[in-house]
Design a protein around this ligand. Sequence first.
Ligand SMILES: [Zn+2]
Length: 230
Amino acid sequence: MDLARYRSIVLLTGAGLSHSAGLPTYRGPGGLWTDERLAKLSDAAALATDRAAVCDLFWSFRRAIGAVQPTPAHRVLAAFEEALPRGTKFHIITQNVDGLHQRAGSRNVCEFHGSLRRWRCEVCTTELEPPDGDAPVHCGERMRPSVVLFGEPIPVDAERTVKQALRDCDLFVAIGTSGTVEPASSFVRWAELSGARRVLLNLEVFDGARALFTECDAGPADELVPRWFG
Ligand SMILES: [Zn+2]
């Protein structure tokens, strides 16, 4: 597909990219958010009322991530970045909090929804990567995951990174995300304003996506990503 000839490349990745790693997905059929209790605990308000349960839940997700490996699609994207000509701008913006892009070797990754690798103390604002074992405590209080919970804003620096990356991109590829809900739908519009080629690679392509993207390809990420980026 010769995607390496573009000068400023932005990839947006979502849950579909990590699916074959065997992690639970948050939304959709069998998604964690369909469980009412889990959905409640993923709301920022639950930190005040049910802090231990929220922290336990996310600590169990972190454990699950430690037990899986990056997918073939993650590895292809890391190799693609590595092989780009000097001077090419390349950003991965991910909605995933699993850190699998970095473990596969990707370098320029913006974690739009934060990361389960990092936890922070809400007493003293210390943020760290806790070792395996028991869920971390700091200043006598349970640390929270540095992820964006429902009802919380996107971190300002992440938003700034995304806007700058999209401002002058000439190729935008959304992978493993429907592309039609926020924030992806805004990202693709910004990419359109930059005059970028806009590609959607997702298990399902919904009608709304065809108006936003210049090309749509339906299938599992582990098939599509090697075909487009291999
Ligand atoms: Zn502290």
